[in-house]
Design a protein around this ligand. Structure first.
Ligand code: FES
Length: 266
């Protein structure tokens, strides 16, 4: 039996929707933000430049960790696993794959993408144009279930970002220093960790597969903490998107010499 909106078992309402509010606004705004981010991130990773400020040791999160032999001197903080790349291949390939995979399979972005790009549905009580619904049970959408694995990658990259953040306390004279870039990097770090720890997969990892919490007080405490963050996951998802773009744009501008870093200490 079909359950689509045109099914005979459904109330036959000639109007497309009975909603009279501006239900179309959230999906349009969210879609515009996501489209901007996709265009910005794509342009940025193909730039292959302006991702490192040697004077203050600022490395943009979009290129962290830098693991290609093409990375500019000083920007490799661990080791290289990619050879020197031709200019048209992004050196941030691995970073981008993990971060895009994590965000692209995120439950929040899935909801946002379905509503904004596929109108499936665009809003509650607004019928979708598709005749058939197969959920995420078939290829390619079934691949979205890989989210929990991307979560582990995001945690690893988040730890690397903390290391980058510590290095960013670097002064002109080589000692300790704080600039506006340092603060921007750390605000972004807090938002990124808020986003990562509020992930639904994280909540399941810390509190799932238990018969009762009373025998696992530590996991219960983690689960309570993550659950509180989880209630704000959508906000963390959107705010961290902007903080990543802003951090990257600021470091790009300082690295390219378009602006100078505002220094507070050294
Ligand atoms: S559900 Fe959004 S990051 Fe995991």
């Amino acid at each position: 039996m079909t359950t689509s909106v045109g099914a005979k078992s459904r109330a036959q309402i000639p109007a497309r929707t009975l909603r009279t509010d501006r239900w179309w606004r959230p999906p349009v705004v969210t879609g515009a933000v996501l489209a901007f981010f996709i265009v910005y991130a794509t342009g940025r990773i193909f730039m292959n430049d302006y991702y490192w400020v040697p004077e203050f040791q600022y490395l943009t999160p979009v290129y962290s960790p830098c693991v290609s032999e093409s990375c500019v001197p000083g920007s490799v903080h661990f080791f290289t696993i990619l050879p020197a790349m031709p200019v048209f291949i992004p050196i941030a390939l691995i970073t981008f794959a993990i971060l895009a995979g994590f965000r692209g399979t995120c439950y929040y972005y899935r909801k946002a993408g379905y509503r904004s790009f596929f109108l499936a549905p665009a809003a509650c009580a607004v019928p979708e144009p598709h005749k058939k619904y197969t959920g995420e049970s078939r290829f390619p959408l079934v691949l979205l279930n890989a989210h929990r694995y991307f979560f582990y990658g995001a945690v690893l990259f988040g730890l690397i970002n903390i290391y980058d953040g510590v290095l960013a306390f670097h002064g002109k004279d080589g000692g300790f220093g704080i600039g506006l870039g340092t603060l921007i990097i750390w605000v972004n770090l807090v938002m990124l960790w808020g986003y990562t720890l509020s992930c639904h997969a994280c909540r399941h990892i810390v509190g799932g597969k238990l018969k009762n919490f009373s025998k696992h007080p530590l996991r219960y405490a983690y689960w309570n903490f993550v659950s509180k963050l989880n209630a704000r996951h959508a906000q963390f998802a959107m705010i961290s998107l902007f903080t990543v773009i802003f951090t990257d744009a600021y470091i790009m501008a300082v690295s390219a010499g378009w602006i100078s870093d505002l220094r507070f200490v050294n």
